[in-house]
Design a protein around this ligand. Structure first.
Ligand SMILES: *[C@@H]1O[C@H](CO)[C@@H](O)[C@H](O)[C@H]1NC(C)=O
Ligand SMILES: *[C@@H]1O[C@H](CO)[C@@H](O)[C@H](O)[C@H]1NC(C)=O
Length: 279
């Protein structure tokens, strides 16, 4: 009997600490999150610009400005036009080839199953067009950039170029506060409505470090190739004993992560049962 008041006191202390931590958190409030005070509930900033907190960059603004000044607008514009043209040609030819040459019988049933499983929707294709064009444009420009500024290439403004026509624009103007989280992931974080949404870029924990500052795999400081993934994996899971703590569950778990985050979609354009089946 004598112990009781003390237990209550401890519980009370723990719960008030939890609650005060919640109120102090910078996590957005709303029906799906932390309960809001009246003031916070409807005053969230909803017109969010594309936030830069997705790319930690060690590139200083001085370098970005220097690059911007040293690069003639016309050169960037020409690179953009050429890159879009090349990408368009690639898409045109690939699709024509697929439509002309391939049919369901061109593939094994396992390959067809994979195609079905990784089938891309139209929006993914639109995004990949923009991404490939940007890549080609960057490759055209990188030779013209002095070495020390190469790392800043992603900050070269393209809003005055044709690239503007192919780059995705955010459709979000306002997040409606609703009862459920959205299945697209949009607006689930009302401070940064695009964070964690489908078709959005993934967050980087480290700045990008490509060998050519664009897309070539990272190399060692010496300029040599890095060891292969299988060499590294052999270091962590020496055969034949396997790993001491990872169970077989790691593979479905990693597959889940992969499908959710970096799944690479495929296109399927065949003569039969396809985009062109109505022709
Ligand atoms: C775009 O590509 C087409 C076909 O390959 C070519 O004829 C045309 O000159 C190119 N246009 C530009 C602006 O590069
Ligand atoms: C790609 O195909 C479209 C539609 O047929 C055409 O208008 C365009 O000029 C083609 N582009 C290139 C670069 O070949």
């Amino acid at each position: 009997m004598r112990e009781r008041p003390r237990i209550f006191l401890i519980l009370f202390t723990v719960s008030t600490t939890l609650i005060s931590n919640i109120w102090a958190s910078s996590f957005p409030c709303g029906p799906s999150f932390v309960p809001c005070t009246q003031k916070r509930a409807f005053s969230a900033v909803l017109h969010s610009p594309r936030s830069d907190n997705f790319s930690p960059n060690s590139i200083d603004n001085h370098l970005k400005d220097e690059l911007k000044k040293s690069m003639k607008k016309e050169i960037v514009e020409i690179a953009a036009i050429e890159a879009i043209n090349i990408t368009e040609k690639l898409f045109n030819e690939t699709e024509k080839h697929m439509a002309d040459e391939l049919s369901d019988t061109s593939f094994k049933s396992s390959e067809l199953a994979w195609l079905q499983y990784t089938y891309a929707d139209q929006y993914a294709k639109y995004l990949s067009f923009a991404a490939l064009s940007a890549n080609v444009a960057a490759q055209k420009l990188i030779e013209k950039i002095p070495k020390k500024m190469k790392k800043a290439i992603e900050f070269l403004p393209t809003d005055q170029t044709k690239m503007k026509d192919v780059c995705p624009i955010s459709q979000i103007e306002e997040c409606i506060i609703g009862k459920y989280r959205s299945y697209t992931g949009l607006c689930n974080n009302i401070k940064n409505p695009r964070n964690g949404a489908s078709y959005e870029k993934l967050q980087r924990f480290l700045p990008a470090d490509y060998a050519d500052s664009i897309s070539a795999p990272r190399v060692a400081k010496s300029g040599n190739e890095l060891p292969s993934a299988s060499e590294l994996s052999a270091l962590f899971t020496p055969a034949p004993n396997g790993h001491s703590t990872c169970s077989l569950l790691i593979s479905p778990f990693l597959s889940f992560l992969y499908d959710d985050m970096v799944h690479v979609p495929t296109n399927r354009i065949f003569k039969s049962k396809s985009l062109f089946s109505c022709l």
